[in-house]
Design a protein around this ligand. Sequence first.
Ligand code: G3D
Ligand code: MG
Length: 188
Amino acid sequence: MVTALFKIVLMGDGSVGKTSLRRTYMGEGFKAQYMITIGADFAVKKMQLEGGHDVSIQIWDLAGQEHFKSVRSTFYKGAQGALAVYSTVERQSYENIKNWLDECWTNAGKKIPIVLIGNKIDLRQQFEDNPAMRQTIVTTEEGQRLADDIASNGVHTSFIETSAKTGENVEASFLELAIKILEAGGLA
Ligand code: G3D
Ligand code: MG
């Protein structure tokens, strides 16, 4: 059987939890390789999808270079899908998702599939309980609305809320992206 290799990128503001999601997904002790020229690292993991597809995904993660737009264009080259991550307790990171999508699609050269991820859901209750912090929360409905908006442009899109801390939905996010890439014709 042929194993397809998909390059996927993790994008989103600094400290939303991209590296934590990758680490939780890959398991402890995994050493990523570092691409020094563009300030990113990448890791490969194999997964099996329903229907007998074996895919390896190469996960590209900005190594703290989110603030340097100049190094990022190379990062997206050849990517077949993206996890667009915001923090559910930091509204600005949600507002910035549109900019990440524009940059990604411009540099990837096409509207590659997106899994929109609202991370840090384990912190939401704590923010809910504090009136001063409540306004920075992003609700599930708002996340879904953004995902619907992205999908309305004809993009293969899913929305998932996660916690890299507890592990909730982390595996499902990567799996979902692989499914979206296949749906979009990734094996063709
Ligand atoms: P980034 O790669 O997007 O920049 P990181 O983000 O993965 O480095 O995470 C930034 C900080 O948020 C880290 O805390 C990390 O532990 C924390 N974090 C990431 N995901 C979650 C989550 O789902 N829940 C909670 N509670 N924290 C999370 P530190 O303190 O190491 O800076
Ligand atoms: Mg990081």
